[in-house]
Design a protein around this ligand. Structure first.
Ligand code: TRP
Length: 366
């Protein structure tokens, strides 16, 4: 095994996690000093509608980073939908729904670029030279690919699933993003993207000695609260235990009314011992900014009913302006399409430019 192949394995070790955390803190400070040094790429698969897990986990953070002045690129990863399913589903509705979610949450199309895979051919073409820079065994060892394979419950793994970390590297590298806000589980992907950038420049860099074609993208780890679904299980659309951003206040109340709690009347914040109650406290805390322990104290002996009312009210209050904007946006399909088309135009310019640099480095210019 070569040293560079080793690197992918170490991406998940404790020491390397500590390093990634320390580096994220440095990046965070550097953003305050000079946000113009950074470009962010993030994205979502249009496989469903965004829910509170997405909102508190990533979406809110993206908007904050954008507002701190970092150039932000947001990818609607439509080609990634077919990594693990037989069809695209109601793709058009979902893609436009994502665009509406982004805009409603505060992504500003003047400052940020919202685009989609299938609208940017040159991005996808980068996958071809990139595939030559990774080995099959390296892909099989990728922890995220392994986890995804387990989640497909015995279904055969497609070639696209196996190689999707390479496609994600193309997502990141085509626009020369140097930071990617991620959760811990995504660290191996970033390591893979860095390896591809490094190997490309090592193999073809001689044609362009003055500077590398690609930056080495780094993770910006965010402290993401581990949110559970309203049944205390992993949050997932198929379990019907999520609150989607697009839901009405009444739908939200209904789901929370059915939320699982426990038999103890007194409300306390104890994520280990009382995961369901603590999860509801966490939701209220995220919505209001008040500490979960303080909310628990305030409810005290008033019980789970009171807790549910409080969570419902605080979430609905926080989401009301977003939902209002979203409803207006979703009624205006032409506008949503114009935003996506404008984003794709910008992304195509960038992707064509990068592909041209790649072909020049590879001496494939005739
Ligand atoms: N895999 C991400 C998700 O499931 C979406 C995504 C595609 C992405 N390409 C990316 C995220 C590149 C970060 C960087 O939502």
């Amino acid at each position: 095994m070569t040293r560079s192949e080793d690197a992918l394995e170490t991406a998940t070790s404790d020491a390397s996690l500590a390093r990634s955390k320390a580096r994220s803190a440095e990046i965070d400070l550097a953003i305050d000093q000079d946000p113009s040094r950074f470009r962010i790429l993030t994205g979502d698969r249009p496989t469903g509608h965004l829910h509170l897990g997405h909102y508190f986990g990533t979406l809110r953070n993206r908007v904050l980073l954008q507002n701190r002045g970092v150039e932000t690129w947001v990818l609607v990863a439509d080609y990634q939908v077919i990594t693990d399913r037989d069809g695209v589903g109601p793709i058009r509705e979902r893609v436009l729904g994502l665009v509406a979610d982004y805009l409603a949450a505060g992504i500003d199309p003047e400052r940020s670029t919202i685009f989609n895979h299938s609208g940017v051919p040159a991005l996808n073409q980068l996958m071809l030279p990139f595939l030559s820079l990774v080995t099959e065994s390296e892909l099989h060892r990728n922890p995220t690919v392994k986890a995804e394979l387990e989640a497909t419950e015995g279904r055969a793994m497609t070639g696209l699933m196996l190689t999707y970390p390479v496609h994600q590297a193309a997502d990141i590298l085509f626009c020369k993003a140097n930071i990617v806000p991620v959760g811990q589980d995504q660290l191996p992907h970033l390591e893979q993207a860095r390896l591809i950038a490094q190997r490309f420049d090592k193999r073809y860099g001689r044609a362009t000695p003055e500077r590398p074609v690609f930056p080495r993208p780094e993770a910006l780890l965010s402290e993401v609260p581990l949110l559970l679904g309203t049944d205390g299980q992993k949050m997932s659309k198929s379990r019907g235990n999520t609150i989607e951003l697009r839901m009405s206040a009444d739908q939200t109340a209904k789901i929370l009314k059915k939320a699982k709690t426990d038999a103890e009347r007194r409300i306390t914040f104890d994520p280990e011992g009382r995961p369901e109650v603590s999860n509801l406290l966490m939701l209220a805390s995220l919505a209001t900014g008040e500490a979960p322990e303080a909310i628990a104290d305030r409810i005290g002996d008033s019980g789970a009913g009171m807790l549910k009312n409080l969570v419902t009210e605080s979430l609905n209050e926080m989401l009301a302006p977003l939902r209002e904007r979203r409803a207006e946006l979703i009624a205006n399909e032409d506008y949503l399409l114009s935003i996506l088309h404008a984003g794709n135009e910008r992304a195509n310019e960038q992707a064509d430019q990068t592909l041209s640099e790649v072909r020049t480095a590879m001496q494939m210019v005739y």
